[in-house]
Design a protein. Sequence first.
Length: 532
Amino acid sequence: MEQAKGYSLERQLSEGRRYIEQKGWFLEQEISDQGKSAFHGYNRVEGSELHKFEQEAKNGLHTGKVLVVENLDRLSRQGAKLAAQFIWSLNECGVSVATTHDDQIYKADSSGNDMLELFSIIIKAQLSYEESFKKSERSKSSWANRHAKIRDGSKATTAIKAPAWIDKKDGIYVLNEYRTKVLNEIYDLYLDGIGIAVITQILNSRKEPVWAVRKRDGEGGWHEPYVHRLLTKRAVLGEYITLGGETLASDYFPQAVSAEKFNRVQTALKSKSRTGGHAYKRLSNLLSGMVICGACGGNAAYENKGTNNIHYTKKNGDRVTYKRRHYERLRCNNARRKHACSNNTLYDYKVIEGAILDNIGALLVEEEASDRRANIYREQVAEITRQIEVQTKKLDNLIDALADGSKAIATRVLALETEIEELNKALEKAQIRANAEDAEPTKKSQFEIVEALRAEINDPDDDRRFLARSKVNTALKRIVDTIYLGEGGSFLVFGDDKDIWIMFGPDGVDTSMKHEKTLLQYANLLSSPDLG
């Protein structure tokens, strides 16, 4: 049983193996709880390896075995009583405990030396506890001093460990140019609609060096939780935030990502509409998430058939290859499952994709509506901020008058404090709405993305094709609200503003002027509460 800190894990394991070999014992398994504190008892909580071993021992799975540790403090530093109780509980389950540093074995079948072993355990455990307590207090004091200096404006590079995209040079923090470029690429990919799982795959597929301090941390390549942390870590803005969530400085580090880009990513993270890892290097359906059956309102299924040839060996040994007919199509998923829909029409996917890409410009609306919304939210922020300032001044005046001891004034102070608290909550919500509106890209910019990437969405290179189609899919979702599959192969496309629409025939030709009345068949569907 080992606890990992720094490079000590391999040393502890090596000593344990050597000790077991010297005793002539058989090594059954090695367990470690990396980063779990014995001082706080985290190495024994549910989910830890030691907790698992303890439960197995209680169930009789380790009777007659020896648990080998470097020192008793690897098991517990919570004081003599808890340490003794833990070792005794293992002994009661038939498990002996051996420590390599002093070659001491606390045997499960011990009889005559119980008192000596008891005092030995208590003394060693108490010493370990006191030592750990002193270290903990010194560490707290050290960090408190560092944090105080940072609050006062210090940017000393000795204060804390720098983020992975920052280097220390001549006593100051500087951006690592290459890693900052990769960091911004990760942000840009996410804003282009690429999900965290796929970003991780992209980094690993091109063998992007891992930002690991220790060799073993980088052996597994990039991981999704780490990419997620990079997308949410406010240190990219230059801020220093404690583990407790307190912001000590807004410019402690050099800024690596713009505030505008960071805010847009936070808004996108909340929407969670990204390309999943399962679609990596495929994303055949450029219209995913937009197509609905006009008859029942159910989602449309995308079918891509015939991409592989069929190989057949005749009885005479001749090998024949049949080229399958390839087609892509859309159909109502409910009708496909023969559930609550009779729309069995098969729609040519390529026709619909081509028609939308060719006519996407007609779905654009003026940005005035979006600008109006943004202005409304900004006005709300300004007004709530003004109200908070007014009420705070009132509160300050009342607090000055409290010296008179008036009960009525005390009641008014409490009411004002409650009102200011509610206003602060409202301000936070208004700021979130305003930031989200500001972060939303314009329809024109999304149209330009679609136009710029038209040639690349069918690129023979898997990576280029996937990235292009992912970006176009995300851009289309910001322009197109819904694509309704109608009768006889026709389809109706609504822009983000539902007042703008285009009707297409089965061949992808715009027939809007000929079918003004056809829109009426969708009226009830569009107002259905099931569709929001």
